[in-house]
Design a protein around this ligand. Structure first.
Ligand SMILES: Cc1cc2nc3c(=O)[nH]c(=O)nc-3n(C[C@H](O)[C@H](O)[C@H](O)COP(=O)(O)OP(=O)(O)OC[C@H]3O[C@@H](n4cnc5c(N)ncnc54)[C@H](O)[C@@H]3O)c2cc1C
Length: 386
């Protein structure tokens, strides 16, 4: 082992998760998506085996590992064709924020369910009018005696229908304008005044996105996670893990697409020899293999920096990893479809769905343009452009 390799334990974890997800497989996943069912069986199994909560501290039912571990789980599931988007949200974002900033009582209440999959938590920051510019969010929390009253609208919120709670990013009434000072609330998805409506999406996935309507939702004082004046730092605690997980989700999907393409290119023969003999097929796939491995390396670096407590270093690396992984995955999916010819867009081969799934990685959780803005400004010292 050396510094550029993951530990033997991490490799063993990857093998075990890949074996487990392989028993479910892509067909099972797409069948669930097309029939409107959920992937609860797999979710609960990875919960029971300790993979879902591997990054949650042991005293709250988790595995005591780091973001590198949960990112490995996320990648291996996707690499078997079973990407679970809610892993990005529930254990990685919500689990991390509550672990870092929750009270002892809050940790005991929410973390065990996040870890074993019985208490999934969604995450809601995006708003229709603010979009990428989170400083413009208008979801507002008003104090009413000891309680809080929440009002606002959220959009593209993943998995609200499968979650017991949603961690909502709001602003307090007395900080209504200007740079956002985010406050975070855990809201039960069955709270009075909270409604959600699915957004018809073109992604083939059992996990759906929702519009969320928050109208006078009354919350007890202890629904607030962290300090009311804690500022952006509390939110950012969850956003680096989010980017590292999103990158892993993308590299996993890319590996799945490339695996399918390579198999097909070895077997399909139309002129002399299999189509993989032709460099027009082989080179783009080889190029993607290189790009995916580079993205994986950056993702592992970001996770290692994060787990070592270097939040600043992890921030830059996580952004770069997420960018590289999304680009690599989009290209890999496109090349995999092309390799399959007409079969690339049949439901039987299930490749075309990967085009949209990987494409989402260029948009969410943070768009490629905003990452380029970040790198231009923070890594290259260029003037702020937004
Ligand atoms: C599948 C999926 C799941 C999601 N799940 C969640 C979730 O669980 N919770 C949640 O809170 N959100 C979620 N989102 C929302 C996601 O984070 C947003 O879609 C994303 O942040 C982009 O915001 P927007 O869609 O409003 O785009 P907009 O902000 O409207 O941007 C539109 C385009 O303009 C570009 N742009 C905007 N400003 C600039 C600028 N200054 N410079 C250059 N380019 C710019 C953007 O990069 C983008 O390409 C999800 C989205 C998707 C697609």
């Amino acid at each position: 082992m050396n510094e550029f390799q993951e530990s033997p334990e991490r490799h063993a974890l990857r093998r075990e998760v890949a074996k487990l997800a392989g028993r479910y497989g892509r067909e099972w996943f797409t069948e669930k998506a097309r029939s409107g069912e959920k992937t609860t069986d797999l979710w609960l199994e990875i919960g029971k085996l300790g993979y879902l909560g591997i990054n949650i501290p042991e005293e709250y039912g988790g595995g005591g590992g780091g973001i590198g571990d949960i990112a490995a789980v996320c990648e291996e599931l996707a690499a078997q064709g079973c990407p679970l988007l809610l892993m990005v949200v529930s254990p990685a974002i919500c689990g991390t924020i509550i672990t870092r900033y929750g009270t002892e009582e809050q940790k005991q209440r929410w973390l065990p369910g996040i870890a074993d999959g019985t208490g999934t938590m969604a995450f809601a920051i995006t708003e229709p009018d603010a979009g990428t510019n989170s400083h413009n969010i208008t979801t507002t929390a008003r104090r009413d005696g000891d309680a809080w009253v929440l009002n606002g609208r959220k959009i593209y919120i993943s998995g609200v229908d499968e979650a017991e709670h949603v961690l909502v990013v709001a602003r307090t009434e007395d900080a209504r304008t200007g740079k956002v000072k985010p406050v975070l609330f855990v809201v039960p998805t069955d709270a009075e005044g909270l409604e959600y409506r699915p957004i018809p999406m073109e992604i083939v996935s059992p996990e759906l996105q929702f519009q969320v309507f928050i109208d006078d939702v009354r919350l007890p004082a202890d629904a607030l996670v962290g300090d009311e004046d804690g500022g952006l730092v509390q939110l950012f605690a969850g956003l680096n893990p989010e980017r590292i997980m999103a990158a892993s989700f993308s590299t996993g999907l890319a590996r799945f697409a490339l695996g399918k393409a390579a198999t097909y290119a070895r077997e399909r023969t139309v002129f002399q020899g299999p189509i993989g003999t032709h460099q027009a097929i082989a080179h783009p796939l080889a190029q993607s293999k290189i790009e995916v491995e580079l993205a994986r390396l950056m993702t592992q670096k970001a996770a290692a920096l994060y787990d070592a407590g270097d939040d600043m270093g992890a921030g830059e690396a996580a952004n770069m990893a997420k960018y590289a992984a999304a680009e690599a995955a989009c290209d890999a999916a496109d090349r995999a479809v092309q390799t399959h010819g007409g079969n690339g867009i049949t439901q039987e081969y299930g490749m075309a769905g990967l085009l949209v799934a990987t494409r989402a990685g260029r948009i969410a959780p943070v768009s490629r343009e905003m990452i380029l803005n970040f790198v231009a400004m923070h890594s290259l010292g260029l003037p702020k452009s937004y």
